[in-house]
Design a protein around this ligand. Structure first.
Ligand code: FE
Length: 263
């Protein structure tokens, strides 16, 4: 299935595109992103086998997939990076991920693919340290921002300093909710579509608050998660950061009752 992407940002040299309707069948809805900068092409969180064919045909209208420069993976989950072997085979891309997952990702790659690409999978991986790093893309960078335990132990968010978009992985993700376009219009109405997911998938309030305090220091125009709608504009971004700063979630909510051996 092909679809036109949502244009998050576009100027003469730089584009950020969001593909939000590629998942078919029983997989959970997820967003994939293509950043184009002066002949460089970068995919963020490209997903798994459910999105590989549609995404590679979708991006081929905008760039030569045989020259894809990077894949950035916010964490290790199936809807983020399980199509790794396909991208390694069909493109020359390097894969940027947390150092916590760099040595685990080769498990996604079969022997046949290893022979095809004629290199160690690990040689194609850029392992990002816990403090984050700036990855050069032509004459700009993508900033890998620490997002430990939000939700994965080794978790990164990606900030594009040209568009001022923060690609926030699962943070800010939503399911269902209002069917009125790709961005959040009324924050309070949007909360129910985020609450259950953040309560169960985010580690606890203290990391959410540390993260929000860090993001308030960045000049962010949009926060774009990997599931559901995005947040555009300073006001709605600050509403989201205030909400997540006070949310009780993860280990905050666990008690003895959650650790019972099943009968
Ligand atoms: Fe995940």
């Amino acid at each position: 299935m092909s679809q036109e992407p949502v244009v998050l940002f576009r100027n003469q040299d730089h584009q950020c595109l969001l593909f939000d309707k590629l998942v078919t069948g029983d997989g959970v809805q997820s967003n994939q992103f293509l950043i184009l900068h002066k002949g460089k092409a970068v995919l963020l969180d490209p997903g798994g086998y459910l999105t590989f064919s549609a995404l590679s045909s979708g991006i081929s209208k905008y760039c030569d997939t045989a020259e894809l420069d990077f894949i950035f993976a916010s964490h290790q989950d199936p809807d983020i990076i399980s199509s790794l072997d396909k991208w390694l085979t069909h493109t020359p891309c390097k894969v940027v991920s947390s150092r916590l997952w760099a040595r685990f990702l080769p498990h996604l790659v079969s022997d046949t693919v290893r022979q095809t690409i004629q290199s160690n999978v690990f040689d194609r991986i850029v392992a990002v340290p816990d403090e984050g790093m700036n990855v050069p893309v032509g004459d700009t960078v993508i900033q890998c921002i620490p997002a430990h335990f939000l939700h994965s132990a080794g978790n990164l968010h990606f900030y594009d300093p040209i568009s001022k978009i923060l690609f926030s992985g699962d943070m800010g993700g939503s399911f269902g909710g209002e069917k009125d376009g790709p961005s959040v219009v009324d924050f309070s109405k949007h909360i129910p579509s985020m609450t259950g997911f953040h309560r169960r998938y985010m580690a606890n309030n203290s990391v959410c608050k540390l993260w929000a305090d860090m993001i308030r220091q960045l000049d962010v125009e949009m926060i774009v998660p990997q599931h559901g709608k995005y947040f555009k504009g300073k006001l709605i971004i600050s509403e989201f950061l205030d909400w997540i700063s006070t949310l009780q979630c993860g280990t905050d909510l666990l008690t003895e009752a959650d650790f019972q051996i099943p009968e």
